[in-house]
Design a protein around this ligand. Sequence first.
Ligand code: GDP
Length: 390
Amino acid sequence: MRVFFIGFGQAGGKIVDMFIEQDKKAPVRSFRGIAVNTARTDLMGLDNIDLRDRILIGQTVVKGHGVGTDNVTGAKITADEIDSIINTVDTRGTHDIDAFVVVAGLGGGTGSGGSPVLCRHLKRIYREPVYALGILPAPEEGRLYSYNAARSLSTLVNEADNTFIFDNSAWKNEGESVRSAYERLNDEIVRRFGVLFRAGEVGKTGVGEMVVDSSEVINTLRGGGVTSVGYAISEKVTKSVKQKKGLLGGLSLKKKETSEEVLTGEDKSAKVIGLVRRAMLGRLTLPCDYTTAERALVLIAGPPDEMDRKGVEKSKSWVEENIAGVEVRGGDYPLESSKIAAVVVLATIGDAPRIRELLEIAKETKEDVIKSKERRVTMFDDEEIDPLFE
Ligand code: GDP
């Protein structure tokens, strides 16, 4: 799948920068990426996105210093300067892409406010689907972050064709602060979504037995709403050619051999099924009740010798038995790797406790803000003293 990424705000920019870094190392380039921000320093901190693809917006309003946590200002600046963002998208070219993915942290200001506005405009202008990848704040970041995230997400689900969610709080370790966890969390995000978004791209390892092309990813996401992704990786199944060259003192090897054990067909199927179960029952990007998913996609990536049609078919049936809907797509794609990875996309989730909690916090916060305004007392409301001017 060829993806045009737009990183909005600090988190969005950093994550897209990492997708581009990953893509530079891949056998075929599938990703394109730009970053948009109201804070100059955040844009300067990126490494892999071209300088001309880093767009500073809101200069006349916030002078390159960012909007803080004011997502209403983030949304307004984005609406006012949408033309310069779209111009950059056009300049980079969109004729050969399959989808847009707008990445943003939903608890802050720029990405939280700007990403729904951008999704709306991209959808109006282009035919390709527009997806969002939204990062949920951890509760320790405070009620304002939760309030921002709830408002942003409620808007985003109506503007994007589908919204992938990654919940920071589900992924940071006990006792660890969110900030110190960013690098590790971003690695987890880019690894999972990198496998998914690269589905269907043909590398030098050839085409898979059951290819998942971009239209299958798009059809899986057609229902809209929010989507969670599971991922599992096997232990080493083959020694990479490089390693063997090293081991055998540089002798060239004609054929890739399996390493420790030679797997039979049954073993291979069992391995694939086991991985898919681990992916779906393990930690999801958004912890949720997977039985409420409307559609799913099962993706197996790994060395060509290890791909197994029967395993993929059986895994698909197992996923189908466990979700609400009946549409489960799936397939494989060969990758030069010593491990097998399974990705399970649980699309259009009906219930996720963390989102319900966020919406609840947002409602309470709104009520508290109204009440505190009503309660506000001031020393200067004495009507007997006239102000200098009205
Ligand atoms: P913005 O620049 O105003 O859009 O706001 P930020 O992106 O700085 O922050 C918004 C949210 O994203 C907050 O909840 C942060 O905890 C989170 N966040 C910021 N940077 C990162 C990051 O690198 N990785 C992850 N996973 N989350 C981040």
